[in-house]
Design a protein around this ligand. Structure first.
Ligand code: G3P
Length: 218
């Protein structure tokens, strides 16, 4: 499983990049506006920090402007992936960019058919939003299962990038379903690694060691 970090914070990316866990980064306009500095600088900084794919979303609305902006974003660094929302009016643009070899991440995917159409266009990633689908009373993880099944049936190369994962449970469920990639908020990685019995066990070993008065291990 590939793990992307869902943040635009360079500080956070720096902290996690040395762990060996992080294969890429995803950003979106909501994450980007929390950061200081010009968006382009934030993007190029992140791309220099991480060798894997870095998703960066278009903010233009008109399809021609989306095409132009997508090309500009793609030109910023070799590891940029351009994020485009899954909207009907962007189908020709997505097709064109995909044929031109631009790596795309189609975002805000909520149904199997949206995913199927984007996979058929040969995009690099589709991002189903698990938490936001749960918010509406649906089962986000069931959506992931549908996408994995469809991908298997037709041998699509598009990678399923599970997004809007808000808990370690979401993450585990995405792994059990077999998605290609998860993008995880930093806080959820911390929740995922921390366990009270691990902490308790470390404290107990430490206490026993100190009680015995030993100073040398090797
Ligand atoms: O990767 C998408 C993510 O940033 C959205 O998460 O929690 O706002 O639905 P959330």
């Amino acid at each position: 499983m590939k793990i992307f970090l869902d943040t635009a914070s360079r500080e956070v990316i720096k902290k996690w990049s040395v762990t060996g866990l992080i294969d890429g980064v995803t950003t979106n306009p909501s994450l980007l506006v929390k950061e200081d500095g010009e968006p382009k600088k934030v993007l190029t900084d992140i791309c220099a920090m991480i060798s894997g794919p870095v998703s960066f979303e278009v903010v233009e609305k008109d399809p021609d402007a989306v095409y132009k902006q997508a090309r500009e974003i793609a030109a910023c660094a070799p590891n940029v992936v351009v994020k485009i929302p899954c909207l009907q009016e962007y189908l020709p643009v997505i097709h064109r960019l995909s044929c031109e070899g631009i790596a795309l991440n189609i975002t805000l995917v909520f149904t199997a058919l949206q995913a199927l159409m984007m996979a058929k266009l040969g995009v690099a990633y589709i991002s189903p939003f698990v938490g936001r689908w749960d918010d509406l009373g649906h089962e986000g993880v069931a959506l992931l299962q549908e996408l994995v099944t469809i991908k298997k049936h037709y041998g699509f190369s598009t990678q399923i990038l599970a997004a809007s994962l808000r808990s370690p449970l979401h993450w585990k469920q995405a792994a059990l379903v077999g998605v290609d990639v998860v993008t995880i908020p930093p806080a959820v990685i911390e929740q995922g690694i921390k366990h009270p019995l691990t902490d308790k066990g470390v404290a107990l070993f430490d206490a026993d060691w100190k009680k015995a008065g030993r100073t040398q291990l090797l």
